[in-house]
Design a protein around this ligand. Structure first.
Ligand code: AVJ
Length: 338
């Protein structure tokens, strides 16, 4: 009986809930990226079904400390994080919320509504279904989209919204883009919880993106396999090598796929020549100091940044708030209940 009721949770995507996300964009983005003088591909396309499975394996790798550090700090500071966000809020999460961390937060926060936003519809609906089973009381309103453009979220009046952006996904944005994303988010929520990977010994950063088991390499190369599968290109994966390194001046991990020999790749009527040693830039993963990130958030209009970190100082979650006084000055409606 309980099972019946749980199954009835409304989990279909609501009309217009695709967040302006267009599937045809993939081909255009690939063609545009490979036609640039510095060939590059957007990292959001890593996450097809195979890529999402590989990423889940990355999160369990001994070298990939990020996931464990964020989980540990969320557990450690849960009471303070919940006090900051406020029980009964509308929780808007970028990411499908399938992780232990999101469950921990949902259990403690008891949000009135939970809006998971993810680029992968399959991952989103699967995660939403399992959350509905675990939390039968939870209203879930999944949304397909990414964080590259403002989302059309129908914010419930009178219920404060909190944007939760865990996993250091914000690290995929350059600091100026992260600034724009944070400024844009002020229109959706007066509070944000943002997970950010911190600057540290480059050897640890390097290892996290060059795991001994080769899972990160497989994740990176899967992007080419996906282009072959979905767009009919003829990438020969044996002719490319995963190459990731920490670049300390901009403070980022860069991931590339480097051609091992001179050759040509075809996609429809397009042909791209690869010289031996030429790279496709596939991802940037920016790392911040706690002060550096707080300064960025303040420039984006947020005040009173709170910082929570794990014991080893590897990772941080920032609690950013935007006061109603500031919202009024910016011409935005108040989000907190009177
Ligand atoms: C999901 C963007 C946070 O940058 O660490 C993991 C993606 N890339 N290993 C990261 C990723 C290679 C990850 N983010």
């Amino acid at each position: 009986m309980a099972r019946e009721r749980r199954r009835s949770a409304p989990l279909e995507l609501a009309a217009g809930s695709k967040g302006g996300f267009s599937p045809t964009g993939f081909r255009d983005d690939v063609v545009a990226g490979l036609s640039l003088p510095q060939k590059s591909l957007p990292p959001k396309y890593f996450y097809d079904a195979a890529g999402s499975r590989l990423f889940a394996r990355i999160c369990r790798l001994p070298e990939y400390y990020l996931t464990r550090a964020e989980l540990a700090l969320t557990r450690r500071h849960l009471a303070a994080i919940v006090r900051f966000a406020g029980r009964g809020c509308q929780l808007i999460e970028y990411g499908s919320g399938e992780g232990v961390k999101s469950r921990m937060l949902i259990r403690a926060l008891r949000p009135a509504v939970y809006v998971p936003i993810d680029i992968s519809e399959d991952a989103l609906l699967a995660a939403a279904r399992s959350l509905a089973r675990e939390f039968p009381w939870l209203r879930i309103a999944p949304l397909v989209g990414d964080f590259s453009r403002p989302l059309d979220i129908r914010v419930r009046r009178g219920t404060p919204s909190v944007v939760y952006f865990p996993g250091s996904t914000i690290g995929n944005l350059a600091p100026e883009e992260a600034h724009a994303f944070l400024s844009m988010s002020r229109g959706v929520a007066a509070r944000m919880l943002v997970g950010v990977d911190l600057k540290k010994d480059p050897a640890l950063l390097h290892a996290a993106y060059n795991d001994a088991a080769g899972v990160t390499a497989a994740f990176n190369l899967n992007l080419l396999a996906r282009i072959n599968r979905e767009l009919g290109a003829d990438f020969d994966l044996r002719r490319f090598r995963h190459y990731a390194f920490y670049n300390p001046a901009p403070g980022r991990i860069e991931m590339h796929l480097v051609a091992l020999e001179n050759h040509v790749v075809r996609l429809g009527r397009h042909r791209w020549h690869f010289a031996a040693g030429e790279a496709i830039h596939t991802e940037n993963s920016y790392k911040y100091s706690a002060e550096g990130f707080r300064a960025l958030a303040e420039r984006a209009g947020f005040a009173r940044a709170r910082t929570w970190t794990d014991r080893r100082g590897m990772f941080a979650v920032f609690g950013l708030s935007f006061s109603d006084a500031r919202r009024r000055r910016a011409g935005l409606p108040p989000t907190s209940p009177a």
